[in-house]
Design a protein around this ligand. Structure first.
Ligand SMILES: Nc1ncnc2c1ncn2[C@@H]1O[C@H](COP(=O)(O)OP(=O)(O)OP(=O)(O)O)[C@@H](O)[C@H]1O
Length: 209
């Protein structure tokens, strides 16, 4: 049974049809890579898959149920990483992750959060206000949720590699592969060529006039 299905999705913005009757499914252990030029509609598609935005036509199914009818159950199984980092720039990394854990019902001690921040190369920066961190370090604080939240099966990632250095990209790639090997699924976009050592399905969106 697929974890996630897009069924004949169509979305228009400002009278421009971004995509029309797109269908695909992603099963446990599968990675879907959504490609396309700027403005093609990749973010719009991902937001529809999360249920944040409704499609003009079609439906998104989680475990064969329309997400409209199982919103709470779906959101418990969903980890969405969008363009907005979802970190409070006036708090430090530790405070941000404590807050994120509390909001998402994830139990972690400070020691465990420190460990994840260490893994992400943020040792010594745990109590620095996020606005004083570099762009890549801020992304790393946001990415910590992929190590803190281990129960979500569906990961939807919108350009997660932005601003990361080579080591950061490798770290995240490894985490994505581990998630897939543990039976999760991933739908992601990236303008960088994907360097994930894992079988990948591709969906190409075109810029439609
Ligand atoms: N809320 C909105 N209101 C009006 N138009 C929108 C809205 N969101 C997106 N668009 C338009 O939809 C089109 C697709 O945007 P989208 O962000 O989905 O593209 P994308 O493929 O993710 O692009 P990029 O590679 O630049 O991130 C763009 O032309 C954009 O202007």
């Amino acid at each position: 049974m697929p974890l996630l299905c897009a069924h004949q999705l169509s979305v228009s913005k400002r009278d421009r049809l971004l995509f029309n009757e797109i269908s695909f499914s992603v099963a446990a252990g599968e990675l879907m890579y959504v490609k396309g030029p700027n403005g093609a509609g990749k973010t719009s598609l991902l937001r529809v898959l999360t249920g944040l935005v409704s499609p003009d036509e079609g439906a998104v199914l989680f475990e064969e149920q329309n997400i409209v009818n199982c919103r709470e159950q779906y959101h418990q199984q969903l980890l969405y990483f969008g363009h907005a980092l979802g970190v409070n720039r006036s708090l430090n990394a530790l405070e941000n992750l404590r807050y994120w854990c509390a909001q998402h019902g994830v139990q972690h001690t400070d020691a465990e959060i420190y460990e994840v921040l260490g893994l992400l190369g943020l040792v010594g920066l745990e109590d620095v206000t996020v606005s004083h961190l570099s762009a890549g370090q801020q992304r790393r604080v946001a990415l910590a949720r992929f190590w803190l939240q281990t129960s979500a099966s569906v990961w939807i990632l919108d350009e997660p590699f932005t601003a990361l250095d080579v080591q950061g990209i490798a770290l995240l790639n490894n985490r994505i592969v581990a998630h897939l090997q543990q039976g999760g699924c991933v739908v992601m976009t990236s303008h960088q060529a994907l360097d994930v050592d894992y079988p990948t399905q591709e969906l190409q969106l075109e810029y439609r006039i």
